[in-house]
Ligand binder design. Structure first.
Ligand SMILES: Nc1ncnc2c1ncn2[C@@H]1O[C@H](COP(=O)(O)OP(=O)(O)OP(=O)(O)O)[C@@H](O)[C@H]1O
Length: 279
């Protein structure tokens, strides 16, 4: 059976996923500071909006106004979609203090109360009829309580995926950390995309690797990645060879490039199957 896919339309990313993200998958976008996680998540949402797929962005790390500014930085004009009601930001940052209380429609008042967060997110998804969801960052919810991390991720996954959405859960890790956000969490999500910055001889190199993606073939190499004025671009037909003191960018074998290209053109885009299996 062909798995219905949600295309990210992030240049190069659908290729290394052999056609896109399987519908309803919850994908952890993990990486250190400044690796491009939020940009990737915003690009995923915006690329859906302009193609008629409504989206919800849950802001836990930044003020909703900063989130809007970050979208605008790339000329991703979310204002019209907010006005039309196909895009919403869930404010899980201000706790309703200050001007946000008047301006924001979806506010989480008690950030230690996961059920309140889940209720607000569920409401936003239903109102907006969202197909894409971003939680930025999910790790904020359990930084000081790792024992409940898996549980929190499972609860959010059940709601988001159960309501028919495909999601990016942003996970912050420290510089040099090998993992993606903790053992329980890494197994709970359907996919893991890891973004990296490596310093080699005084120069920083961006790269991306897909660690896992349920129901999908994945590229098994680390690809170079760029952040441009138009957002993220994955160099899908090349890979990065990183040794302790050197780095080189190598062409992928022709057959692999061809297979990725073919898989993308043959992949079936997600049908607008909004059957709910949450409640
Ligand atoms: N137009 C641009 N061209 C090139 N690079 C850019 C551009 N705009 C932003 N960047 C780079 O993107 C990086 C920030 O990306 P982003 O905010 O997505 O990181 P992040 O992984 O979410 O980081 P953190 O976890 O620290 O919030 C910055 O280091 C910045 O230099």
């Amino acid at each position: 059976m062909v798995t219905p896919r949600v295309r990210t339309y992030i240049p190069g990313l659908d290729e290394i996923l052999y056609g896109g993200i399987p519908e309803r998958n919850v994908v952890m976008v993990s990486g250190g500071p400044g690796t491009g996680k939020s940009i990737m998540a915003q690009q995923f949402i915006y690329n859906g909006l302009i193609r008629g797929e409504p989206g919800v962005y849950v802001a836990l790390e930044e003020h909703p106004s900063s989130v809007r500014r970050s979208f605008r930085h790339f000329n991703w004009n979310i204002d019209e979609y907010e006005r039309k009601g196909t895009f919403a930001i869930v404010d899980a940052f201000t706790t309703g203090i200050g001007s946000a209380a008047q301006r924001e429609k979806y506010i989480v008042k008690d950030l230690d109360n996961v059920s309140e967060l889940v209720d607000v997110v569920r409401q936003a998804i239903k109102d907006i009829k969202a197909k894409r969801v971003v939680i930025d960052s999910v790790s904020t919810l359990y930084l000081s309580k790792p024992a409940v991390a898996r549980n929190i991720v499972m609860i959010l996954k059940r709601v988001v995926s159960g309501l028919g959405c495909t999601a990016f859960f942003v996970s912050q890790v420290s510089v040099g950390e090998r993992g993606f956000g903790g053992p329980g969490v890494e197994h709970a999500v359907d996919g893991i995309i890891r973004l990296d910055l490596d310093e080699i001889e005084g120069k920083l190199y961006r790269s991306i690797i897909v660690w896992k993606m349920r129901d999908s073939k994945i590229s098994m190499v680390r690809h170079p990645m760029e952040i441009t004025d138009e957002g993220i671009v994955v160099v899908w037909d090349k890979y990065l060879k990183v040794a302790p003191n050197s780095i080189s960018i190598v062409e992928l074998p022709k057959e692999e490039v061809e297979e990725m290209r073919r898989s993308l053109s043959e992949s079936s885009e997600s049908a607008s199957n909004k059957e709910e299996y949450e409640e």
